[in-house]
Design a protein. Structure first.
Length: 182
């Protein structure tokens, strides 16, 4: 497990041989080092905060968004339920967030853009800012926030575009981007 803490971008974390408990411990160590315990966690001079739950910073929820994906299942009576499951492609790239946020990725075509999109859960339009690594097919998603003292971001998620529609979907968003990055 400690060997994963030595991994650097663009290497991938080695998780396949670990049991669920060991894998979670390894990933949590990287998450804590790079995000939860990183007092300088900011992007373009804007502080990055985790998603809030009930008005409080929720590091466990943030960790889940960065290492799992939401899936839908149809029940016996036809009802659809959602839950989160381990996602290996996100997880093996967890340590990629920090170098992208610190803008230390020099081997890739990086595109940063903001786009207004519909949030189906909130039933309203919101702005999201994307850090899109075209070369490595990797995306980090922020939600810009305006606070009384400064601008900030919520870190929503980060993922590898491993689905066949992933790159197409991001490129479509890129075509309707806002003129300025929020």
């Amino acid at each position: 497990m400690p060997f994963n803490r030595l991994k650097r971008y663009p290497d991938l974390l080695e998780l396949a041989h670990l049991g669920e408990k060991e894998r979670k411990t390894s990933l949590r160590g990287i998450f804590d080092r790079d995000i939860a315990e990183n007092d300088a966690f900011s992007y373009r001079d804007c502080r990055i905060y985790p998603i809030k739950t009930d008005g409080k910073m929720d590091m466990d929820r943030e960790f889940a968004h960065l290492t799992t994906e939401e899936v839908e299942e149809k029940g016996e009576c036809g009802e659809i339920t959602t839950h989160r499951i381990y996602e290996p492609y996100r997880s093996e790239r967890l340590h990629w967030i920090r170098p992208h946020v610190e803008q230390k990725v020099n081997d890739s075509d990086i595109v940063v853009f903001s786009v207004k999109e519909r949030n189906q859960r909130k039933r309203m339009d919101i702005v999201r800012t994307y850090v899109y690594n075209r070369t490595r097919k990797y995306v980090i998603v922020f939600e810009p926030q305006t606070r009384a003292d400064n601008r900030a971001y919520y870190l929503l998620t980060a993922y590898y575009l491993n689905r066949e529609y992933g790159v197409k979907q991001i490129e479509k968003k890129l075509k309707i981007r806002l003129t300025e990055i929020l």
